[in-house]
Design a protein around this ligand. Structure first.
Ligand SMILES: [Zn+2]
Length: 190
């Protein structure tokens, strides 16, 4: 990213949220470091188990496995999409629930529209609406609907919501207990 682009992105992020670009970049880097740990310890063993099931039941699981892994990484960043909501102290200005869910379900599309300057402004009364553990289940239900459209076996249908919810949950846990998570990982890694 060039200096000019960084400046534009910075002023854009400052205009919607007190967060600056550096802060977000720092947060994402940190999440990736910790994510690597979880991928090695949980996701890879789980993926192997999934493939073994596929061989036993004679189902081709590789496409759903690949998509589920992509969704895991994506979901572990998704909660930070709520930085695009402007904080408001006026309860009547608070965006409607379906606006918020729209962002939760279709974040890349809506962020794209925000960058084009064509999205309508969104507000939040509660601090960061996606940093809430109940959102994990709302998001998981959405992923279950999506995977039910694409796949027929229950093993495949379950893969997307399970990995998506795990990614989302890991993000919230890292945010809520950063010191505990880092301490745990340092202990296990050394
Ligand atoms: Zn976060």
């Amino acid at each position: 990213m060039t200096r000019g682009e960084e400046k534009i992105l910075n002023s854009f992020l400052r205009s919607i949220h007190p967060y600056t670009y550096e802060k977000v970049e720092e947060e994402i880097k940190e999440h990736f470091t910790i994510l690597g740990f979880f991928i090695k310890r949980i996701i890879i063993p789980l993926a192997l188990l999934y493939v073994i099931f596929g061989v036993i039941f004679n189902i081709d699981l590789f496409d759903s496995l690949f998509l589920a892994l992509v969704i895991f990484i994506y979901s572990s960043l998704l909660p930070d999409a709520d930085i695009f909501f402007r904080a408001t102290k006026n309860k009547r200005q608070d965006s409607l629930w379906y606006d918020k869910l729209g962002m939760l379900f279709f974040a890349p599309l809506i962020v794209f529209y925000i960058f084009l300057g064509r999205a309508r402004k969104m507000y939040t009364f509660s601090q960061r609406p996606f940093h809430n553990f109940s959102m994990i289940f709302v998001y998981g239900f959405f992923l279950l609907m999506i995977s039910s459209i694409f796949w027929s076996t229950s093993l495949e249908k379950a893969s997307l919501p399970i990995l998506g919810m795990m990614g989302y949950a890991i993000h919230l846990i890292i945010d809520k207990f950063p010191k505990k998570v880092k301490g745990y990982i340092n202990k296990k890694s050394s």
